[in-house]
Design a protein around this ligand. Structure first.
Ligand code: PMV
Length: 361
């Protein structure tokens, strides 16, 4: 892959050039989790996610011709050196693919549609939104030279992955698979692929109600978490199990088998947290209210047979997944039984979405 993108890199003199580009990219929630990496930001096992809609990053890049690479970054109107440094590092590490940056001054402005105190990780949405802007900028440059180059979603996924692993899955509508599996042709460790045309229509109607149990930032970064998998005695069993879950989930997604979907999704969430609990040092990211919600969800499902299930990210907040046909009943249940476990009784009502959107024409 690298060679293709290297060969088509825009080289030579940047014309007198200025303008701006803007993209919105959604967050995504993994069903089969990516936890453990190898090589240059490659996953130890394949993962599958829903692309969300309401939780997104909106990023704008203003560019102008300059003598050398210039860069500034602000988040929600304020300078954010830590995050800016991450983007700058990504650009410098990948300048062979984007040599034109050395003749541009880039001003990057980003914001999230979800509150920062929500504990929702924004690296997937913000890094993929930035990569979409970069590829759009490259496209404008190629247009100005009369060599039009469309934005390629495989390339967008490849570079989003280099910026932040799970960001690879945020550039596709509905659902994405990232990581090589024998059972899905075209799958790769280097980029994600769209599952949009391989899923039963029910999954395109899925809601994700994100119950905010704590707005605190995570006590373990995902980078540290991935690294801890290296010494984890359960790692080989985990990777084998994830591969098996991929096979079975892909087939359940195709047929619309909600029982298997629920079984795998909940098991994956609990495995992710179990892995953290048995790493050295260990981490417990669930809070008492996380467990209370899980218990209530399981009781509700047993009593009503409504196919509501949960998943967790690397934090205490609970993502409730259910099809549109059950939305009214589930939302009553959330209001009446679960809101009390949430910070300020609040949750974020999200749903499966269409992927990246261009913000400026
Ligand atoms: O993309 P990273 O390095 O922040 O890792 C994401 C890890 C999880 O969110 C816990 C799981 C996943 O597959 O998204």
């Amino acid at each position: 892959m690298e060679n293709i993108w290297l060969n088509e890199a825009f080289r030579g003199e940047v014309p007198d050039f200025h303008g701006h580009v803007g993209w919105a990219c959604p967050s995504n929630i993994a069903l089969v989790k990516y936890w453990g990496k190898k090589g240059k930001q490659l996953p130890q096992n394949p993962s599958i996610s829903f692309t969300l809609s309401e939780c997104r990053s909106e990023t704008f890049v203003t560019f102008e011709k300059a003598d050398r690479f210039g860069f500034s970054f602000s988040f929600e109107g304020k300078e954010n050196p830590a995050f800016g440094a991450k983007i700058e590092k990504f650009l410098l590490e990948n300048q062979a693919f984007f040599p034109f940056i050395n003749q541009l001054n880039l001003k990057v402005e980003s914001r999230n549609t979800f509150p920062h105190s929500s504990g929702i990780a924004s690296s997937a949405s913000s890094m993929s939104a930035f990569v979409m802007c970069l590829l759009d900028l490259e496209r404008s440059l190629s247009l100005s030279k009369g060599q039009p180059l469309d934005i390629n979603s495989q390339k967008a996924s490849y570079f989003s992955r280099l910026a932040s692993g799970s960001a690879a899955r945020s550039v596709f509508p509905a659902m994405a698979l990232w990581g090589k599996t024998e059972v899905y042709e075209g799958s790769s460790d280097e980029y994600a692929v769209s599952l949009e045309n391989d899923i039963h229509p029910v999954f395109k109607t899925y809601h994700d109600s994100i119950l905010i149990v704590s707005g605190e930032t995570k006590s373990v970064s995902s980078r540290a978490g991935h690294a801890l998998m290296e010494g984890n005695p359960y790692a080989p069993a985990r990777y084998a199990q994830a591969n098996e879950n991929i096979v079975n989930l892909l087939s359940a997604l195709k047929s619309g088998d909600l029982d298997t979907f629920i079984n795998i999704t909940e098991s994956e969430a609990l495995q992710l947290h179990a892995l953290m609990m048995c790493s050295n040092p260990s981490f417990i990211l669930m809070k008492p209210n996380t467990l209370r919600i899980i218990e209530e969800v399981r009781n509700f499902r047993n009593e009503t047979h409504i196919p509501l299930c949960f998943t967790l990210d690397a934090g205490p907040n609970v993502h409730l997944l259910y099809p549109e046909s059950e939305a009214e009943k589930v939302e009553h249940f959330i209001k009446d039984n679960l809101a009390a476990y949430c910070v300020d009784n609040k949750w974020i009502a999200d749903h499966v979405g269409d992927g990246p959107k261009k913000l400026l024409q």
